[in-house]
Design a protein around this ligand. Structure first.
Ligand code: PRP
Ligand code: URA
Length: 209
């Protein structure tokens, strides 16, 4: 596996454990996804370019730094990626938000596209794709393909729980894309659910099951 960064920060690991618990209710699940996204976002944005500026403080001039150029764009994969948007926007309130609608056909397990709207200046931004689950990797790979087709050259994928199969798929289809996650689980089951995982992220976030 290449280009994979697994966050082992104790706060992230603790919250991932609560998220996995089948007794965690929808309200708690939603809050945890948002909090983990914010904590991960702090590291994912570590390489944002800075420029020097002079700021007048009450007692003098400080030579200091601010983020330079256009801010990031974030692209949640609908539905479950929506749960990670708030946390990222708390860190990056000026980030533009694109949306890609994909669902996995339960029989073929292939991603089916139903929506795609990206910021007009997406090609001038670094785009971070958000989805809590990287299972077969089909959905994330398709989303990254759409974003690349819009001329975006810098893309990162941020998920919460990844299966080895999903990471391999992204490595193969998009070797230029870094994958950030909080856990790499054992395997997929016969329905391509991550084991032990956390179940269906979309259903748990929105209370649809
Ligand atoms: C889930 C999840 C990912 C996808 C991962 O979405 O949020 O988008 O499955 O599976 P993959 O790596 O095998 O493609 P789902 O298709 O259940 O749609 P939903 O978010 O609307 O519930
Ligand atoms: N999608 C989910 O929500 N969970 C999984 O384990 C796999 C795909």
């Amino acid at each position: 596996m290449q280009n994979v960064f697994v966050f082992d920060h104790p706060l992230i690991q603790h919250k991932i454990s609560l998220l996995r618990d089948k007794n965690t209710n929808t309200k708690e699940f939603r809050e945890l996804v948002s909090e983990i996204a914010m904590l991960m976002g702090y590291e994912v944005t570590r390489n944002m370019p800075l420029k020097e500026v002079e700021i007048e403080t009450p007692v003098g001039i400080a030579k200091t730094k601010i983020i330079s150029g256009k801010k990031l764009g974030i692209v949640p994969i609908l539905r479950a990626g929506l749960g990670m948007v708030d946390g990222m926007l708390r860190l990056l309130p000026m980030a533009k938000v694109g949306h890609i609608g994909l669902y996995r056909n339960p029989e073929t397990l292939q991603p089916v596209e139903y929506y795609c709207k990206l910021p007009v200046d997406a090609d001038e931004r670094e785009m971070v794709v958000l989805d809590p689950m990287l299972a077969t990797g089909g959905s994330a790979s398709a989303a990254i393909k759409f974003i690349k087709a819009r001329g975006v050259s810098s893309i990162k994928l941020m998920c919460l729980i990844a299966a080895p199969e999903g990471i391999s798929r992204i490595n193969k289809d998009h070797p230029d894309v870094e994958v950030y996650c909080a856990a790499v689980d054992e395997r997929l089951n016969d329905h391509a659910y991550i084991v032990p995982g956390l179940g269906d992220a979309g259903d748990r976030l929105f209370g649809t099951k």
